[in-house]
Design a protein around this ligand. Structure first.
Ligand SMILES: *Cc1c(COP(=O)(O)O)cnc(C)c1O
Length: 372
């Protein structure tokens, strides 16, 4: 699905040098590399604060803790996402309120958000799924109207641009109260281990996030809050500083690969191509097709036999996950998400796909589905 080794070889000298420098300095935790990376990412995103942490899941969790969400508070999110989004809501004893997605973008349905709001609702967590933004202009309007926090799950969309109707352009993760992202190796900006970050323009919230991520402490060994230990280590930060300089070129490579996939499949009635809303760019963290009137699982098997990896993001929506079964929800409540889980398939997507690979993949898909 990804080719991290070929990508590494292209920047090997720079990376090896940076990693060895950190080892030589012995500043493994909270060293200058982490601070510099946070500053450089803030500049790239045009946001006031970037606070690095250990991974994307903790970025979501710390964001919710720093906003002061309390047990029983309702948090609205989509049922068609990676488990981490709902996991941290459950861990904090908040109440996840699930809603369906839009049939074209697979992102959270804003009308469904409105219907799900109750007096207990405190926050909305839109997920910028597969690399395009949810409808942030509408979501921010709803948030203002009902006085709700917005936590953007930006784990799949670091670098995506959102276009407001007044012409303003902002990067994903910098629009709500706080954005949470992941530097898991396969993400668009990935490190060589685990990593994550939160971004915000709110000075007070940034301070609270820093404190929560540091054992609830502002002054060493004095603890004002129950916090967590969540840090990005210096080696990962040094790697990320180098890869951040390549991020726009990495995004472009993914977009070009997606363009070639689209071209190959454009006349295929059995495949629905990724559809991009007018208000967002798409950085193709995943290239995800929706199959129609063919057996998706057989397609996956066929591709596997030809040596082509593929993945199902996601096979089961949150409300049907064993750990999250809830009497409030039953099968059929979120028909679009349930349909997507049965029909989607994601093809290999990374920065190193060449034409020969893409042609082999598209030819193989078309052999199975037919080109009409
Ligand atoms: C990857 C991902 C996460 C979690 O990130 P980790 O760094 O693996 O903890 C959360 N939400 C979404 C949508 C993701 O894709």
């Amino acid at each position: 699905m990804v080719d991290l080794h070929s990508q590494y070889l292209k920047i090997k000298e720079e990376i090896d040098d940076a990693v060895l420098k950190v080892i030589d300095s012995s500043a493994f935790i909270n060293g200058p590399e982490t601070k510099l990376f946070a500053e450089e990412l803030a500049k790239y995103l045009n946001v006031k604060h970037v606070i690095p942490c250990a991974n994307g899941t903790e970025a979501l969790q710390i964001s919710m803790m720093a906003l002061g969400l309390k047990p029983g508070d309702e948090v609205i999110t989509t049922t068609f996402t990676f488990i981490a989004t709902a996991e941290v809501i459950a861990l904090l004893h908040l109440t996840p309120v699930l809603v369906d997605v839009q049939p074209n973008t697979y992102n959270i349905d804003v009308n469904a958000i409105r219907k799900a709001i109750t007096p207990k609702t405190k926050a909305i967590v839109p997920v910028h799924l597969f690399g395009q933004c949810a409808n942030m202009e509408e979501i921010m309007k709803i948030a203002r109207e009902y006085n709700l926090y917005v936590i953007e799950d930006t784990c799949q969309a670091l670098g995506t641009e959102y276009h407001f109707t007044d012409g303003v352009v902002k990067k994903a993760g910098t629009i709500g109260n706080v954005g949470a992202t992941s530097f898991f190796p396969s993400k668009n900006l990935g490190c060589y281990g685990d990593g994550g970050a939160m971004m915000t323009n709110d000075d007070a919230l940034a301070e609270q996030i820093r404190t929560i991520a540091n054992h609830g402490s502002k002054v060493k060994y004095y603890h004002d809050y129950v916090g967590v230990n969540s840090r990005l280590d210096s080696i990962q930060a040094a790697i990320l500083r180098i890869k951040l300089r390549h991020l726009d070129e990495y995004i472009k490579a993914r977009q070009e690969a997606a363009e070639k996939y689209n071209k190959a499949f454009e006349n295929c009635a059995n495949l629905v191509l990724p559809r991009i809303a007018a208000y967002t760019s798409h950085i193709f963290h995943q290239y995800t097709l929706l199959t129609r009137d063919i057996n998706r699982d057989e397609l996956q098997k066929y591709l596997a036999e030809k040596g082509i990896p593929s993945a199902i993001y996601y096979p089961v929506p949150l409300h049907q996950q064993k750990a999250y079964i809830d009497p409030r929800y039953k099968d059929g409540d979120f028909p679009i998400s349930e349909m997507l889980c049965k029909g989607v398939i994601s093809l290999p997507m990374h920065t190193e796909l060449d034409d020969e690979q893409i042609n082999y993949i598209t030819d193989s898909v078309l052999e199975f589905v037919g080109n009409n």
